[in-house]
Design a protein around this ligand. Structure first.
Ligand code: ADP
Length: 408
């Protein structure tokens, strides 16, 4: 998705969301003002009928004035007019400025400010004073659910949910695109990486089949060394791809057994002898871990060490100088692989263990790779309940520390 198109979609969405909230708000307000009016009209009708009754049309009027009766007449009439609520009821003497009666004295304050105020003359009362029946509906908001803010908050909440879903979808699309791009790069790199050793090996074989060259022991050793070197590189490549793919599989199983890490590291480092010699590099070994036997999968451990050492060499400019050490730290065995190569920036260190992630300078330095080696290494460490960390400074070098527990 192009950047401008993404900005366009997000802007349209934001505009639509804001408009929706505004429309919803205005509409809700309008609906409530209509229902407010209808409510007032119904209360008015009910009270008109109540006052008519109090004026003598109904038998209640003949009895001495009873506030309990008044209460029940009002509630009855409200129900007849569609309002199933029990309001606070007060009888107010306007001239005295005091309540003659209130159904809930603690709410007289509400009654005083209530708009539902109806003038009447109690039966048998001879006075010029003005009397009112006042009603107050304290729970109207809750009862009619007519709190406009509630609806507004609900709309905002729903729009937020939709917005989050929208952002998640955009992110998924972007991630999908990135993954696609990474997969394409991966296939390109892989084709290149496999083609190169194949052609180098076939060239070396051609040379070896030439009698003059094969009779010269130094040249022969050189070409055999090239074949062995390229073969080992291809082996590591294929192994890493295969094992990494297998790890994603549910049926993936390990084959743990007791292995001596010092011996294994020694073996792997020996296989890099030629590569290092070709680049005038070297490895310092400090295999001091004692004990050095852990229970682990030999194949994966071998690949793990291969990958880390291979990276140390790959990402060193000039002659690679590595320091490989093992040590014991409490219940863990530590394996440290240090190089003096190009290093990794702090920002990239956070991503290097992700599948297909490659630091862009990797290509600038013309180092080929797939970005799956460290992901595979991290998975192997995780499967062995260990821990891997990286310490690196751009231009200074990198140290990977793998910590593996002796007991799981
Ligand atoms: P790749 O096939 O690209 O080497 P990895 O998963 O092994 O893939 O490494 C991921 C990235 O981490 C590499 O592209 C490289 O930029 C960086 N990296 C890994 N090891 C080192 C190292 N020892 N020194 C510098 N950069 C490294």
């Amino acid at each position: 998705m192009k950047r401008w198109f993404r900005v366009f979609i997000i802007s349209v969405f934001a505009l639509a969301a804001v408009s929706l909230v505004v429309i919803q708000f205005v509409q809700t307000r309008r609906t409530f003002s209509i229902s407010d009016n209808m409510f007032s009209v119904s209360v008015g009708n009910a009270m008109e009928s109540v006052i008519r009754q109090l004026d003598g049309e109904k038998p209640y009027s003949t009895a001495p004035f009873s506030y309990q009766e008044l209460d029940s007449i009002i509630v009855e009439e409200l129900i007849v007019n569609g309002i199933d609520m029990h309001p606070v009821i007060g009888v107010y003497d306007g001239s005295q400025g005091s309540f003659l009666y209130s159904s809930d004295p603690s709410r007289e304050g509400d009654l005083e400010y209530s708009p539902y105020r109806y003038s009447f003359r109690p039966h048998g009362v001879v006075s010029n004073n003005q009397f009112f029946i006042i009603l107050s509906f304290p729970n109207t908001e809750l009862f009619l659910q007519r709190n406009p803010n509630l609806y507004l908050y609900m709309s905002i909440f729903l729009i937020l949910v939709v917005a989050i879903m929208f952002i998640l979808s955009l992110r998924t699309i972007a991630n999908q695109r990135k993954l696609d791009q990474m997969k394409n790069e991966f296939i390109n790199n892989m084709t290149h990486e496999i083609k190169t050793p194949i052609s180098t090996i076939s060239l070396a074989c051609e040379m070896l089949s030439d009698e003059t060259i094969s009779q010269d022991s130094a040249s022969r050793a050189n070409f055999i060394g090239i074949v062995a070197d390229e073969n080992q590189r291809m082996r590591l490549l294929v192994e890493t791809i295969l094992q990494s793919a297998k790890m994603g599989n549910k049926n993936f199983s390990m084959n743990p057994k007791e292995i001596d890490i010092n011996a294994l590291v020694d073996k792997v480092l020996n296989s890099f002898k030629l590569t290092l010699a070709n680049r005038n590099g070297g490895v310092e070994r400090h295999l001091d871990a004692s004990p050095s036997v852990i229970v682990a999968d030999e194949l994966h451990m071998t690949n793990l060490i291969y990958n880390l050492v291979d990276n140390g060499i790959k990402y060193s400019t000039g002659a690679p100088q590595l320091v490989v050490s093992t040590a014991v730290d409490g219940h863990n065995l530590l394996l440290r692989i240090q190089d003096h190569g190009i290093g990794i920036s702090k920002a990239d260190q956070r991503h290097i263990f992700e599948k297909f992630y490659r630091v862009s300078t990797g290509n600038v330095h013309n180092v080929k790779g797939f970005g799956i080696g460290l992901n595979y290494v991290a998975q192997v460490v995780r499967l062995h309940h260990g821990h891997i960390s990286v310490d690196s400074e751009p231009g200074q070098g990198t140290t990977f520390t793998v910590s593996l527990p002796f007991k799981k």
